[in-house]
Write a protein that binds this ligand. Sequence first.
Ligand SMILES: [Cu+2]
Length: 151
Amino acid sequence: MKIVKRAFLIFTLSLLPLCYAAPPTESPSLRIEKAWLKKPIPGMKMTAAYMTLINQGEKDAILLEVKGDDAEYYEIHTVSMKNGRMKMRQLKEVVIKANSTHQLKPGGDHIMVIQVKKTLLTSKETSLTLIFKGGHKETIRIPITKSMEKK
Ligand SMILES: [Cu+2]
């Protein structure tokens, strides 16, 4: 009995380095397409970024945070109707279900870009880092454009 226990312990310990080698930050098989950031209207300090998030994995991917260098704040927002008015509301997370696609689009979920910096006003591109639950990060370069068609 004791030998079995010890063998089990050795087996368990032998797995530990594997756990370190493959932390739970492993890529959730995510693809990001059609990303763009709306060129701010002159005088406006706010804009939004949109994209299609494609989860090809077997696990849900949960977007928690967005970061970038060309604005002070990046927030995940959604739009809902309240008393016939469009209202924006901040979300704690966006779930991209396993084997499915989630669109961030005008009139729907979006990345709110707040207090844009001069660098964003003068650039044709910016980069965003999307941080997912589990620590997985995706950094993408996206065009700054008036609409998705006019890249
Ligand atoms: Cu918003």
